[in-house]
Design a protein around this ligand. Structure first.
Ligand code: HEM
Length: 124
């Protein structure tokens, strides 16, 4: 039974373009992770600030292994660098971080976990 892991990213309106640009040039390393089944970046169209990073995995263990892997680290190189840059006094908060490089594209993140109880695809 597959598991779905959704990273909920809170993205201020003025950072949406930057976030989508980063995902558009993402490392793509997750694509060859063991047990990886699907990835989608879901853009909010209802006026909220929450993007959903949807991933589906063969098992919980496969997801955990990826999250501990080099591929996860490399896939998050830019995000990690931004988070670090923010801590170095270059900026007292997200706003000021914008002057020195773009700063983190998301101001918050949380992970939602699901098991696929039922699924269906288009009738062939
Ligand atoms: C602090 C938490 C996190 C933040 C701020 C974050 C942000 C980002 C950003 C900005 C990127 C684009 C690449 C980059 O700029 O580095 C990225 C890539 C990605 N993120 Fe996250 N992320 C986080 C945790 C997670 C988690 C927990 C998941 C899984 C549910 C996830 C799934 C992905 C995937 C699949 C990619 C593409 C990686 C690749 O292409 O190999 N992220 N993330």
């Amino acid at each position: 039974m597959s598991v779905v892991k959704i990273n909920v990213l809170t993205v201020p309106a003025d950072m949406r373009e930057e976030l989508e640009r980063r995902f558009a040039k993402r490392a793509g390393m997750v694509d060859s992770a063991d047990g990886f089944e699907w990835f989608e970046l879901l853009r909010p169209v209802d006026g909220t600030e929450r993007y959903l990073v949807y991933t589906r995995w063969r098992s919980e263990e496969d997801f955990q292994n990826w999250q501990q892997s080099q591929a996860f680290q490399r896939g998050h190189a830019q995000a990690a660098q931004d988070a670090q840059g923010q801590g170095h006094g270059h900026g007292q908060g997200p706003a000021q971080g914008h002057g020195h490089g773009q700063g983190p594209a998301a101001t918050g993140s949380e992970v939602w976990s699901f098991e696929v109880a039922e699924s269906a695809g288009p009738a062939s």
